[in-house]
Design a protein around this ligand. Sequence first.
Ligand code: PMP
Length: 306
Amino acid sequence: MSAPFLWHNGRLKPWTDATVHVGAHALHYGSSVFEGLRVYATPQGSAYFRLADHTRRLFESARVYDIEVGYGPDEIDAACLELIRANGMGSAYVRPIVFRGAGSLGVLPQADGPVDVAILALPWGAYLGDAAERGADVCVSSWRRPAPGTLPGWAKAGGNYLSSQLIALEARRGGYDEGIALGHEGLLGEGAGENLFLVRKGRLLTPPTSAGILAGITRDTVITLAGELGLPVEERDLPREALYSAEEVFLCGTAAEITPVRSVDRKRVGDGIPGPVTRALREAFFDLFGGRTADRHHWLTHVHDP
Ligand code: PMP
């Protein structure tokens, strides 16, 4: 895992030159907020997908935890662009992270304590490997997501990913590609690192973001694209068993993109192959980057002037 450069506290550095002190608050108490973005190689050159939306969520997450980023959103956007140019990357997965550094060891963050900002860019293919094409085998996790009012689900904070690790580890141990967590009330939530959609009786359904899940940017993209395809999405509470009678199930996220699910808890979904709605949405999604769909929503930010 490396690239020639990363961005750290205001400047580009060789990958190996960015170090963190072992006393960093984030290391002990999970006080980091981060984003995951993708840069796609389009016919007009490399372009970020929904850069401004990711940066906005980064600042919203930081605000929840009173973390002063120390740079403005425009500076973060510019740094993201500069990093891809410096690394000469066509496509990439990009990880901006803001975290509390080494100050005191108390849980209460010092108001003037150090905050680090870093941006990493890596070549990264399909997150769930060949499951993106064949369909993922998933399980419903025995671990639930934190209830609203416990750990804030909308904030993309490092500490939240302890829950994701439990879900993903359990799934891997059971021989699955990914795990789906229920929310605190036992209703469907999200994957360890993806939002969840299903098609039932021809309707496209997804759990509401009030359920303590991450308000995913890919989820929002899918809702928009589905509307344009004449398939309005219903955001509503769904019981676990809805998965077992769904014609189609898919996961979506920046890393996972749109990944069809072919089985849940070893029960086959539909015909066990990606269904027509999932395929249509995947096509509409990837057509944005292939230049076959116009960028109507200004979701692309080109790294070089096209
Ligand atoms: N839920 C969780 C827990 C995630 O980690 C992610 C990935 N960021 C998502 C959903 C999908 O969010 P997005 O589409 O913004 O990447």
